[in-house]
Design a protein. Structure first.
Length: 110
């Protein structure tokens, strides 16, 4: 569905099924909830894809043109609310991982 490092900017909504998030060849997450959006970071930042998205079996997915993100948000404000919630959760998770890594580095050795 999405290939890591590609420069396309479309984003997607999971309608049915599940997808894997794969970074550097390793599965790092799974998206299973219908209504969940993914791939939105490229539409927002215009940066290359940070991970691949691979379907876990048969899935139904809706594609949104990334260059139409503003129009989609204006027409469907719930999309913006959902994207903000997802991005905030990802930021919180990243913060927790960073703190954990820093604490591991600071641990005194035996």
């Amino acid at each position: 569905i999405i290939r890591e490092n590609n420069t396309d900017i479309d984003f997607f909504k999971l309608i049915q099924g599940a997808v894997y998030v794969v970074k550097g060849g390793k599965k790092i997450a799974e998206i299973t909830q219908p209504g969940e959006y993914f791939g939105e970071m490229a539409a927002i930042t215009r940066d290359a894809r940070s991970a691949s998205i691979i379907s876990k079996g048969r899935s139904k997915i809706k594609r949104f043109p990334g260059d139409k993100l503003e129009e989609v948000i204006e027409k469907y404000p719930e999309v913006a609310k959902h994207l903000f919630t997802v991005l905030a959760a990802r930021l919180h998770q990243t913060d927790r991982r960073l703190v954990s890594m820093i604490n591991q580095i600071r641990k005194p050795g035996p």
